[in-house]
Design a protein around this ligand. Structure first.
Ligand code: NDP
Length: 331
């Protein structure tokens, strides 16, 4: 049967938070398609996750040119779901993509920030997803070998051509963020959003980036708030065969030290006392700071997505809880 989204999807369970000093609201929890949505994954599982997310008020889906594997396949699969399920709802959706990491062979599609790469990659992404425009186009990484003027100039051109309504950057330092915003401002393009990693176990953005973003009026969407699954109870009894740490790479088993697992165990007890799963507390924790617009999660199943979205049932923290979390998880 054709997909009919839940009519109650905007009934108030999902908070929407203003992205910096823009006019745009993001859902408190957004869904990323880095893993679990590629050609190597089961299409209907990914489709069910996307539908469920939208049914629960997740209006923002985050992609990149090379999400898969293979590269490009997450965008292709998203395009199929767009065509079959979401077409009538395009104006309810924020869809983002990026370029900056490895993509196609040769000197112009590899890791970098050249105008040549970004412009071509944006066009490819639009084709794969079957879209006229994305809502946000990102420079996925700093390229120290390309002048920032060139990379930001490419974003400004994509913006001017209407191929992206807004632009963002990912994993830029506070200093380069300021420079990027200034270059974009000279093109009359606001820097809508920054996408950094952030979790209880990874607090680098507290060392200046959050202040910089507040100052610039740029929003912040925090990726990997579960530290790729480490901030859950799944690794406490060993490494499950279907978990990311055994699936080839991005979460190194080297991180699963006794010391880290002891921290995770202690955090799990705090979560339990709050009546939450550790995953839920980890998501609520990144959202405790109003400068963080959205928590950008991944999910391999509808059940894990549902569990994570139930973080919304308890977002508040007492000072005592925050202090106890810091005692186990401050760097
Ligand atoms: P998370 O930290 O949310 O990790 C997701 C993983 O955690 C899942 O694959 C699953 O692991 C586990 N998990 C999720 N929900 C639960 C739950 N409720 N209970 C137990 N375990 C759970 O984020 P990701 O690392 O997946 O990143 C999210 C998004 O951020 C990406 O899709 C991408 O859009 C973006 N991103 C951007 C980057 C950038 O450079 N800009 C880099 C990395 C990510 P398992 O599969 O093992 O079960």
């Amino acid at each position: 049967p054709p997909y009919q989204p839940d009519p109650a999807r905007y009934d108030g369970r999902m908070p929407y938070r203003r992205c910096g000093r823009s006019g745009l609201d993001l859902p408190a929890i957004s869904l990323g398609l880095w893993q679990n949505f590629g050609g190597a994954d089961v299409f209907e599982t990914g489709r069910a996750i996307l539908r469920r997310a939208f049914d629960r008020g997740v209006t923002h889906f985050d992609l990149a040119n090379n999400y898969g594997p293979p590269y490009g396949s997450a965008e292709e699969n998203f395009g199929r779901v767009m065509a079959h399920d979401f077409r009538a709802h395009r104006d309810e959706l924020l869809i983002s993509t990026k370029a900056g990491w490895d993509m196609w062979p040769g000197p112009y599609g590899g890791i970098g920030g050249s105008k040549k790469y970004l412009i071509a990659s944006c066009d490819q992404s639009l084709k794969r997803m079957g879209l006229d425009y994305v809502d946000i186009f990102y420079s996925h990484r700093v390229d120290p070998d390309t002048p920032l003027e060139e990379t930001m100039g490419a974003l400004a051109q994509i913006h001017a051509q209407g191929k992206a309504l807004y632009v963002g950057i990912s994993s830029y330092s506070p200093e380069l963020t300021r420079q990027a915003a200034a270059i974009l401002a000279a093109h009359k393009v606001p820097l809508l959003i920054h996408q950094p990693s952030y979790s209880m176990l990874n607090r680098w953005i507290e060392g200046g980036l959050l202040e910089t973003l507040a100052d610039l009026g740029t929003g912040c969407i925090a990726f990997s708030p579960l530290a790729q699954g480490m901030l859950t109870n799944k690794y406490l009894g060993g490494v499950p065969a279907d978990a990311r740490a055994s699936r080839g790479g991005s979460l190194s088993q080297g991180l699963l030290t006794e010391e880290n697992l002891a921290r995770v165990r202690a955090l799990g007890e705090i979560a339990q006392a709050r009546g939450q799963s550790l995953a839920q507390m980890a998501i609520a924790w990144v959202l405790r700071d109003p400068r963080v617009t959205s928590a950008l999660i991944g999910a391999p199943t509808v059940a894990q997505l549902d569990d994570s979205l139930d973080a919304l049932n308890r977002l508040d923290f007492s000072d005592d809880e925050l202090a106890r979390i810091d005692a186990h998880a401050a760097e």
